[in-house]
Design a protein around this ligand. Structure first.
Ligand code: FES
Length: 82
């Protein structure tokens, strides 16, 4: 099944469609978005300590896989500072 995410940069008003492949589903959202060159803030490298990697208001992107995100939130990813 084909998946994609729609990233909304709240600061810039820009939207980007990002294709999700089967092998991306078990990555964290932080890993996945960083790999796709979206500069998600992080200073603890995914340990859940810095709280800077927030998406969709209150979700740590280092604590949710792409698959879980799609189930829980659907397609739309909101990032305040992008
Ligand atoms: S990267 Fe630090 S809390 Fe997610």
């Amino acid at each position: 099944m084909q998946h994609s995410l729609k990233l909304h940069g709240k600061a810039s008003g820009k939207e980007s469609i990002i294709e999700v492949l089967e092998q991306d589903l078990q990555k964290t959202m932080l890993e996945f978005l960083t790999e796709k060159s979206f500069p998600i803030a992080s200073s603890c490298r995914g340990e859940g300590a810095c709280q800077r990697c927030m998406i969709n208001d209150d979700q740590l992107s280092c604590f949710i896989t792409v698959e879980q995100f799609l189930k829980q939130y659907g397609q739309d990813v909101f990032v305040d500072y992008l």
